[in-house]
Design a protein around this ligand. Structure first.
Ligand code: B12
Ligand code: SF4
Length: 450
């Protein structure tokens, strides 16, 4: 069979005001460009798990309506889904099926809502794909009737035995970054988190030698790649993290990853990360105020407990020459309209090199979604296209929807303009190698520092 792997990459957002602002603000445009084109690692893994004897090809469809015409020559097309683009994915699948192409759909969204996807696909797959995929290919090659597959019916995916993703299929497409996984899952359970609750029941680390092997596979197609680790929380295990960094250092790479705030507890690890080429860590802070974080992480109230340490911890990370992209979720139940000013002040006080602000989003399958639905607070149930992190689709608790939107516009303009971005970045360089108080400490409300 000729098998196509179709990714719907790029970022999604609908709010016209925010889109207009985003296009004019340098800090915003910069990060959007960096992530605008990342290949689908999930599909590259599936390609690597395809039984011999089939032709495999990788395709990208940027938005609804422009799936590449060549894909119609495939016998089977595998589509990976996120909620924000799932309606685009369904439309493409419908068109391909009308043309006689078999469709297999998997990924985060359909793993939660397989019945919904069954109306648009021949084969719907729930969960991690590596072990299921050969059975799907087998069913398709015999043109078996539509059915569902669940990863739970197959042996669990062992992170110590993952094949190298088929980066070679990416050809010469102009990707900004390449993704590699060093681990799957996260030990925490934030009620809003869409990546964790669905697929990876446990936190699993990969052998560092396999990570290096995957990076070498990327280097076969790009001489000097920038690597983005597509992990949920890389440096949970500090000892393993140090071993990873020691193996990465001789490769002379530049990389980015997502990790929790505890990375700051280990200065030796921070040194090793810097030496291994870490340029930025993205840390989900969610809120500068501890009170709004209470109850957000369901296992041990991790976010609320660590919030007191944020300022010192972020400075410590940055003092090792690693920039932090601090992420805030706006519209948590404990947030009032004061949150917008608080985030601005906090970002300047640390100072954070990069900041990401998103709107609280109830992704299907999350505890947050179930709670808001029960409370009648989801504005348009089933509008998955609004699950972009930049659109409001729920009734906030401590402010009105209009206040939330207005606050986001206000904060976006202030955080991402040239002046504020320069100020934060200049201060980062000035503060490097110093954990002392920055000039921004003056006049900061006490609630922001503990
Ligand atoms: C890298 C990344 C991106 C890249 C994606 C590039 C791409 N083409 O895939 C970019 C930067 C483009 C991106 C964009 C967005 N992202 Co993003 N992103 C991630 C991140 C950090 C890693 C994804 C990854 O590579 N995982 C590793 C691979 C191996 O896992 P996987 O994709 O789940 O695939 C496995 C299984 O799902 C399954 N599978 C997947 N597809 C298929 C298909 C078939 C046929 C089968 C059998 C199996 C199967 O098998 C795979 C191997 O086990 C995740 C966080 C996370 N941990 O998932 C967020 C995440 C996926 N993103 C998210 C969001 C919200 C977005 C945006 C909406 C943000 C925005 N406003 O634009 C956009 C939407 C993009 C779109 N086109 O719809 C959410 C999605 C939640 C949801 N339910 O949809 C996540 C979970 C982050 C979060 N915690 O909120 N993102
Ligand atoms: S710490 Fe991050 S990855 Fe882990 S559960 Fe919370 S939001 Fe998800």
């Amino acid at each position: 069979m000729r098998i196509g792997f179709l990714a719907l990459s790029g970022i999604r957002a609908h709010d016209p005001e925010l889109l207009k602002l985003g296009l004019t603000l340098p800090g915003f445009v910069e990060r959007s460009k960096a992530i605008a084109s990342l290949p689908s690692l999930g599909l590259l893994y599936l390609a690597a798990c395809t039984p011999a004897g089939h032709t495999v090809e990788y395709y990208e469809a940027e938005s609804d309506g422009d799936e590449p015409p060549e894909i119609y020559a495939c016998d089977l097309v595998a589509i990976s889904t996120f909620s924000a683009q799932v309606f685009e994915a369904y439309s493409i699948a419908d068109r391909l099926r009308t043309a006689g192409v078999l469709i297999a759909m998997g990924g985060l969204h359909v793993s939660v809502l397989p019945e919904e996807a069954a109306a648009h696909a021949d084969y719907v797959i729930v969960g991690e794909g590596e072990h299921v995929w050969p059975a799907v290919v087998d069913a398709a090659s015999r043109r078996e009737a539509p059915r569902m597959f669940s990863a739970a019916e197959f042996p669990p995916v062992d992170a110590a035995h993952l094949p190298a993703p088929r980066y070679d299929l990416l050809g010469t497409r102009p990707y900004n970054r390449f993704t590699v996984q060093t681990s799957r899952g996260c030990p925490w359970r934030c009620d809003f988190c869409a990546s964790n609750v669905m697929l990876a029941e446990r936190y699993r680390k990969r052998p560092v030698g396999d990570v290096v092997r995957d990076i070498e596979a990327i280097r076969q197609v790009r001489e000097r790649p920038f690597i983005e680790f597509a992990d949920d929380n890389t440096f949970v295990d500090k000892r393993w993290g140090k071993a990873l960094c020691r193996r990465l250092a001789p490769l002379h790479l530049h990389w980015f990853t997502e990790t929790d705030i505890t990375v700051a507890d280990d200065p030796e690890l921070l040194d090793l990360m810097r030496e291994a080429g870490c340029r930025q860590v993205l840390v989900g802070l969610e809120s500068p105020t501890a009170s709004a974080l209470q109850g957000v992480e369901l296992h041990a109230d991790f976010k609320a407990r660590t919030a007191q340490t944020y300022v010192a911890a972020l400075r410590r990370i940055q003092s090792h020459g690693i920039t932090v992209n601090g992420c805030f979720i706006l519209g948590l139940d404990g947030h009032t309209p004061a949150i917008f000013e608080d985030v601005l002040q906090f970002a300047r006080m640390v100072p954070l090199y990069d900041v990401q602000i998103t709107i609280l989003t109830a992704f299907p399958g999350t505890p947050l979604y179930r709670r808001l639905l029960k409370e009648g607070r989801i504005l348009e149930p089933g509008r998955w296209d609004l699950c972009t992190l930049f659109d409001v689709n729920y009734v906030p608790n401590g402010m009105s929807t209009a206040e939330l939107k207005a606050g986001i516009y206000w904060l976006t303009e202030r955080l991402y303009n040239d002046e504020c971005t320069d100020e934060r970045r200049k201060a980062f360089f000035a503060n490097r190698r110093s954990t002392g108080a920055s000039k921004f400490d003056r006049d900061i409300p006490q609630r922001l520092v503990g």
